[in-house]
Design a protein around this ligand. Structure first.
Ligand SMILES: C[S@@+](CC[C@H](N)C(=O)[O-])C[C@H]1O[C@@H](n2cnc3c(N)ncnc32)[C@H](O)[C@@H]1O
Length: 590
């Protein structure tokens, strides 16, 4: 047997995906693709496929409790044999009904033959083993533990002759390592029963690789002249004195980044001199999300709603959604064509997702989920791939290069993680959890009355991960005046092209629209550092205003903090420690 190569694995992934599009309720295909993803070093995508296989298989033993039923596409071939529509090597026969996007055009829910009890028994053990092993590899220990216990119990209850002992051994091994993790976290020692473990002690959030997937054909070459021209056309409307240009920034990835390495990205520049205090950019966005329930904010742009008694009072949804209110007729009409059309009338189910978050620590992560929900609604309403939405396509995802790392798939638990529960793989910087990347997005689709299996070409997990990577690199957030927690976030696709400096030349403000205003003389940063002899040295602040061809520099953290604190706050948004001129000078690194 020849060992797999990245090329052969990518081909296997592509052909399995084609098979899935044509046979979307077949759990065997998801299990097959999960195995390929494991070998490719994507345990997150493997977990998502294993969970799809599991959810479909559950319909075999509990048909009434499941909305979607496991079946495989069949055809009548010579001799009345029932077989697959596709060969295992991925070649399609002439009966394919999928369109370009892989969506089934005839959508015949009853297409195919049901998966039998025998098939269920043959694969359920392996499905659990792949799911649990993959979740452990991502660091999603809590869900890995819960699925592990469920799978173990199920296999142990099975007739010994039918039991998959290999899968049971894998589950036991994974549960043992989770026990070890639990004991190290609780300081307990000695033998411990599984039912004595409180899963809430185990971390639920792990990490996935933040990369441009090798099969992602939606990412534009943002530095190509025609793409820059397109962005500049859009920018003319919101920032007529600014221009998007390519710029070489210090590469910040990695614990010890190479000081000479640069990352060529985009940035905003002044096309002409700009006076202090001049507002140079005004942008509104519809890619917004709030976790406030039944709020006094516009559903579309999240600006405060006008008074009921005002000349232009708030506008209710004409489709009858009681809690969906807009600040103006314009926002109402835009919403219908941009994101609300596909979800109009479905608010009861959708409202329950991601809003009422008990643990304040999780609020920011759930805001990203709500932003994801908005992007799904935009994609469904406009009938366009979410990665092709103009609000999404051109924004920065802070992706690492893809390298095939088969070693990732032999990862053990704690040995391969650092103390922050982070997989020691430099590209694994995308927060990933079973809830936020697998379960809740599926709920969104179901509440939107979209079948998550037949719509995979539009809403597969790698697409959601790519959206999350883009949102986490660019969204701005607003804190609640009530409890100080995050309550609003939005992506402003042109505003977010501005890079960071701890000596910025603009301030930003976000009400209904987001603005950049050129700093004046009183607002530019004072540089100060403590020398080895304890003396404080400072530098006079720059003049306000921005000269032609100067880069527009935003600030991703409070510039009044000292260098270490600033670096701490901005690290997430920058992907590493800030190395702007002020930081280098203040940290005595020059
Ligand atoms: C919101 S985006 C800014 C626009 C981005 N340069 C683009 O091409 O779209 C944030 C990313 O820009 C880069 N960046 C911004 N300011 C930087 C700085 N001062 N030094 C290095 N990288 C910076 C980081 O990669 C960060 O993840």
């Amino acid at each position: 047997m020849t060992s797999p190569t990245p090329t052969s694995l990518l081909e296997a992934r592509a052909s399995k995906t084609t098979e899935i599009y044509a046979d979307p309720h077949n759990p065997h295909l998801y299990l097959d693709r999960a195995r390929v993803y494991e070998q490719l070093g994507f345990p997150d995508l493997a977990a998502a496929d294993a969970y799809r296989a599991l959810s479909l298989l559950e319909s075999v033993v509990d048909p009434d409790g499941c909305e979607f039923h496991a079946r495989k596409v069949a055809r009548r071939v010579e001799g009345d044999e029932v077989g697959r529509k596709h060969d295992w090597d991925g070649n399609q026969d002439g009966t394919d009904t999928t369109d370009e996007d892989g969506e089934d055009e005839d959508e015949d829910e009853e297409d195919g033959v049901p998966i039998t009890q025998g098939e269920y028994e043959a694969v359920i053990g392996e499905v659990y083993a792949v799911l649990v092993r993959s979740l452990v590899r991502c660091g999603c220990y809590r869900d890995a533990f819960e699925f592990g216990v469920r799978g173990k119990e199920l296999l142990e209850e099975m007739d010994a002759a039918k039991r998959d002992t290999c899968a049971l051994n894998i589950l036991n091994g994974q549960l043992d390592s989770l026990k070890g993790l639990y004991q190290s976290r609780t300081g307990t020692k000695g033998a411990i029963d599984l039912d004595a473990i409180d899963p809430a002690i185990l971390p639920a959030q792990g990490f996935a690789r933040r990369i441009l997937y090798p099969w992602n054909e939606h990412e534009p070459d943002r530095k190509a002249p025609e793409e820059l021209a397109f962005l500049n056309e859009r920018l003319k409307e919101v920032a007529p004195k600014c221009e998007v240009r390519a710029v070489a920034l210090p590469a910040l990835h990695g614990d010890v980044p190479d000081e000479d390495e640069v990352s060529v990205q985009l940035g905003l520049f002044a096309k002409e001199n700009i006076a202090a205090d001049e507002i140079i950019l005004r942008e509104t966005s519809i890619l917004t999300a709030t976790n406030r329930l039944h709020d006094d904010l516009c559903d579309a742009c999240n600006a405060p709603l006008p008074d009921l008694s005002s000349e232009n009072p708030p506008v209710g949804c004409e489709g009858g959604c009681a809690d969906t209110v807009f600040c103006s007729q314009k926002c109402h009409d835009t919403a219908q064509t941009v994101y609300h059309g596909a979800i109009c009338g479905l608010e009861d189910g959708l409202e329950s997702i991601g809003k009422d978050i008990p643990d304040p620590k999780d609020k920011a992560d759930y805001l990203y989920l709500l932003l994801l929900g908005r992007a799904l609604a935009m994609s469904a309403t406009q009938d366009i791939h979410a990665l092709d939405l103009p609000e999404v396509k051109y924004i920065w995802g802070d992706f690492h290069d893809w390298e095939w790392k088969p070693s990732l798939h032999h990862m053990k638990n704690d040995d391969d993680r650092n103390s922050n529960n982070k997989v020691v793989d430099e590209s694994a910087t995308l927060p990933f959890s079973f809830q936020l990347n697998i379960l809740q997005p599926t709920r969104f689709l179901e509440e939107m009355e979209i079948n998550p299996y037949t719509s995979l070409a539009r809403y597969d997990t790698w697409i959601l991960n790519t959206l999350y990577a883009k949102f986490r690199g660019t969204a701005s957030g607003r804190l609640s005046t009530w409890d100080g927690g995050p309550e609003l976030c939005a992506v402003h696709p042109l505003w977010c092209l501005a890079n960071h400096s701890c000596d910025p030349n603009v301030r930003w403000e976000w009400g209904g629209e987001i603005t950049f205003r050129a700093r004046n003389d009183e607002e530019t940063a004072v540089w100060a550092r403590t020398l080895d002899n304890g003396q404080i040295e400072s530098r006079a602040p720059k003049k306000g205003g921005i000269a032609k061809d100067e880069e527009i520099l935003n600030h991703y953290c409070d510039i009044g903090l000292d260098v270490q604190e600033r670096r701490g706050w901005a690290r997430g948004a920058l992907g590493g420690n800030c190395r702007c001129e002020r930081c280098i000078w203040e940290a005595l690194e020059d």
